[in-house]
Structure formats: structure tokens, C-alpha cells
Design a binder for this molecule. Structure first.
Ligand code: ADP
Length: 460
């Protein structure tokens, strides 16, 4: 993750009416999906006197919660993670919420605790590859909280657990300012079949929203491309068949109106006509005019229910034929951790190693070295727009990826290789590289687990 993207979170702060409970619910839902194969229990204890509708920045709140809870999930193998939300210091319609996140994880040493909020070192490749870049880093979290006039503290005992506490001030909000979709769920029964196979490109920079929308769309059998990078998104539109675009109006690098303008100016007639649905939290009349003026077809107010999303997709699908696309041909970035690990079968390779686990281990080490070298080199060649070197690097790694049966990575690299030889589209290559970066840690984890299984079986 680039530093620019991390710091970008500090530039946009909004103050809108939002449903606090639905943010907490969404965050908890998502965090639960991050807990895989672990004996970890995630609980929330919420002071129910907190008003349902608050005024503040819902997106920042979810980012903060996801980051702190995400860390807890990472560092607890077994035990509890407890989120407690309390209401303090009421004066008029203003009050402070206190969030306590306690875990029974590995804890943090005293030395590390001193620096835990220190300025985030530029997210290095290693960090990115290991964690998939989903975290903001606690220093950014602290900066966001302080910009919102809150405070964050931490207490931890090594081997026992950690508690992060933070406060954020809010005002009671106004329900009527949140427009609600008038949808009768009965009308939608069975409709999700109608969006199956639809290819949907989502421009969205908020990680929580990215993951939620991806989950929803995937459940309905849609094929999703999700990006927070407008230029990558535009490249996807030019290179892939997309049926509908969902557009977050507020993105740090280029706002949704600007992206829409560019889509409507495309040389490709199909792209120019593509239905665009805006996603927005604060929909004002001005925006509505702007929507019309900028060629946005429809809008959905955040937070929205699955039914609202489904109904908008159906409405804007028009007469477009639904394609039951073959997923295997589609490359989309995983918003990592949600997906189950890919199945890696090292047994065949072990056979080729004549049953020598030591040899297999060497191959795996070599594989990892090659992959990391590839990641480093491609980053550089992309920066220099050096298609020859890119072609060479992608060619070089292909065989190893195939040998290790890591087909999800192989597919991405093969596509990159092809683009180097044909269209030479740097934006699309960057997108594919992002896909690789997100996929690699998941694959590596699956390999490690498989290797561990083989070792264990040997010992028995
Ligand atoms: P990252 O997780 O990307 O390394 P963070 O700034 O979010 O960056 O966290 C910094 C470090 O603080 C983590 O790498 C970890 O060592 C430690 N840490 C954070 N939260 C916890 C926790 N709940 N339990 C144990 N260690 C933690």
C-alpha cells in the first residue's frame, strides 16, 4: 500500500447523519469473517442508550474499528476479543463514546508499547505482502482519532492480552435526514437470480465498504472488480466487459464525478453507455443535479441494505443480457482474508522430489524467493514503464508458479505477460500487479499450511 493512500485518509473528514448501529453491525460481521479456523470469540457489548442516528464520519469510524479489531484478530489464536461501547459526558445533544477493545492475545512488550503509535514507517513491500495492506497502521488511527477530537490509549501485558481504548465525540443525529429506500423485500424474492453472472466494477476506497459489497455481490453470483484506484478502474473498463459500475463519489485521488466524466468520454461506445450508479453517504440536491449533469444514472445512499442494492442493480440492468460468465477467466483482486485459502496440493510435487521432504522444502523456499524478487522487480519496472523488463520478469516466473500449482497467481502473471506483448497498458498492468500482491500472501499461507501437514504426517 502506498503511503499516499494511507495518509489520504487524513484529508477527507465528513460530518453526516448515519446509523451507528448498522456501522457496528457491519464491522462485527466483517470481523467475524476474518476469523478463520480459530477458537476466537468476538463479542460486542453496547450501551443501548446510545442514539441510533449520530452525526459524524461513519467511514472513519469503521476504518478505526476495523483496524484495531483486525489487529486483535491477528494476534489472538485462542480466546476472546471484546468490544465495549459506552456513552459518556452528555451535554445537550453532544456526548462522547468510549470504545474498549480487549483481547486475550499475545500482548505487546513494554518496549514495543512505547512506540506503538509512532509514525507509521512507510508500508514496505514486506508488510504489504504479509498483511495484504488492509491495515491503516496505529499511527494513522491515532491521527484520525485526534483529528476527530478523540483520544486513544493502550495497555498490554505480554502473554496476557491487550486493551485499546479510544473516545470519539458525536452529536445525536436526525433520522429524517437519512433517506430510506422504499423497498418491499417480497418484491425482490428470487430476484438475485437475475443478477447472477453480472460483471460489476466497483470504485470504492473504504475497506469496509469494499468487503461488504464484494460479499453481497458474490453471494448473488456477480463477478466483481473492486478498486480504489480510478485509473485502474478505467483500465479495467477498457479491457474487460463490465455490465454496471458502482461509483463511490468521494475518493481521495479522483472523485466519482471526475471518473464518470472520463467514462462518458471513452472512445469505446460500449463503455460510454455503461450504467453508473453512485454510492454516497450524503446526498444533497446539488449532488443530484451533478449526477444528472455528469451522466450518473442512479444513486444508492449509504449505508444501504442488500435489498436496496439488488433493486438498483435490477433497475439499471435494463435490457442488458445477463451473461453467465465463466469465473475462471476473470481476474479480480481479492479483498484478502475473506476468501478461503486456495487449495494447494504439494503431494504431487513431493512425489517428483522422490518423497524427500527436505527437497520439497528447498523448492518452496526457492519459490518464495522468486515470488518476492518478482514483486520487487515488477514494482520497479512498472514505475519505469519498462515493458521489456516486465515481459521478461513475468515470463521468468511463470514456470515456477505452474510447477507449484499456484494457478491463481499463474493466471494473473500470464495475463500480465500477454498485456506486455500486446496492448502495453500500464494501468491494467498495475491493476494486475495489485491482484498479485493481494493474492500472494494467501497462497503463501496455504503452502505453509500444506507443508506443515506433510511434515506432521511424516512424523506420525
Ligand atoms: P501492522 O499491524 O500493520 O504491523 P499496526 O500499527 O496496526 O501495524 O500495529 C503495529 C504492531 O502493534 C503490530 O505489528 C503488532 O506487533 C502490535 N499490535 C497491535 N495490536 C496488537 C494486539 N491487539 N495484540 C498484540 N500486538 C498488537
Amino acid at each position: 500500500m502506498e503511503y499516499s493512500k494511507l495518509s489520504a485518509g487524513l484529508e477527507y473528514f465528513e460530518s453526516v447523519d448515519f446509523n451507528f448501529y448498522s456501522i457496528v453491525r457491519d464491522v462485527m460481521y466483517l470481523c467475524n469473517t476474518l476469523i478463520v479456523d480459530k477458537n476466537v470469540k468476538l463479542e460486542v457489548d453496547l450501551d443501548t442508550s446510545i442514539p441510533e442516528i449520530l452525526v459524524g464520519d461513519p467511514s472513519k469510524l469503521s476504518q478505526i474499528l476495523l483496524n484495531v479489531l483486525g489487529n486483535a484478530i491477528k494476534f489472538v489464536e485462542k480466546g476472546d476479543i471484546h468490544l465495549k461501547i459506552m456513552q459518556h459526558e452528555q451535554s445537550g445533544d453532544q456526548f462522547v463514546l468510549e470504545f474498549d477493545i480487549t483481547d486475550t492475545g499475545i500482548g505487546i512488550s513494554e518496549d514495543n508499547l512505547k512506540h506503538i503509535f509512532d509514525s507509521f514507517k512507510q508500508a514496505e513491500l514486506g508488510t504489504y505482502a504479509t498483511y495484504g495492506g488492509s491495515g491503516l497502521g496505529l499511527s494513522i488511527v491515532k491521527q484520525i482519532i485526534e483529528k476527530l477530537d478523540g483520544q486513544i490509549t493502550v495497555e498490554s501485558d505480554l502473554g496476557i492480552g491487550t486493551t485499546f481504548k479510544f473516545t470519539l465525540p458525536y452529536k445525536k443525529g436526525n433520522d429524517t435526514k437519512i433517506l430510506k429506500g422504499k423497498i418491499n423485500p417480497n418484491e425482490l424474492e428470487g430476484s438475485s437470480e437475475l443478477v447472477k453472472g453480472m460483471r460489476i466494477l466497483v470504485f470504492e476506497d473504504n475497506i469496509l465498504n469494499q468487503k461488504l459489497i464484494e460479499q453481497r455481490l458474490r453471494i448473488w453470483g456477480c463477478i466483481t472488480y473492486i478498486t480504489d484506484n480510478p485509473l485502474n478502474g478505467l483500465a479495467i473498463l477498457e479491457n474487460k466487459r463490465v455490465d454496471i459500475v458502482l461509483m463511490d463519489l468521494r475518493m481521495p485521488k479522483m472523485d466519482g464525478f471526475e471518473v464518470t466524466k472520463r467514462i462518458r468520454k471513452s472512445k469505446n461506445g460500449y463503455v460510454r453507455e455503461i450504467p453508473i450508479i453512485a454510492l454516497t453517504a450524503d446526498f444533497t440536491i446539488k449532488d443530484k443535479d451533478q449526477c444528472n449533469a455528469n451522466g450518473i444514472n442512479d444513486y444508492i445512499l449509504k449505508p444501504y441494505s442488500p435489498d436496496e442494492l439488488l433493486s438498483k442493480l435490477l433497475k439499471n440492468k435494463n435490457n442488458m443480457e445477463t451473461i453467465h460468465a465463466i469465473e475462471s477467466n476473470i481476474i479480480s483482486p481479492r479483498t484478502n482474508k475473506i476468501d478461503k485459502s486456495p487449495k494447494i496440493d504439494l503431494a504431487i510435487i513431493l512425489e517428483e522430489c522422490m518423497g524427500e521432504v527436505g527437497l520439497l522444502e528447498e523448492l518452496v523456499t526457492l519459490y518464495k524467493q522468486n515470488a518476492l524478487e518478482f514483486i520487487g522487480q515488477v514494482k520497479l519496472h512498472l514505475k519505469n514503464t519498462d515493458f521489456n523488463q516486465l515481459e521478461f520478469a513475468t515470463h521468468k516466473i511463470k514456470a515456477g508458479l505452474a510447477m507449484m500449482q499456484t494457478f491463481s497467481l499463474h493466471k494473473i502473471v500470464e495475463q500480465m505477460h500477454k498485456i506486455c506483448q500486446t496492448e502495453k497498458d500500464i494501468k491494467y498492468l498495475e491493476f494486475l500487479y495489485d491482484c498479485f500482491l493481494m493474492e500472494y500472501p494467501i497462497v503463501e499461507k496455504a503452502i505453509n499450511m500444506e507443508l506443515e501437514n506433510i511434515r506432521r504426517n511424516r512424523k506420525q
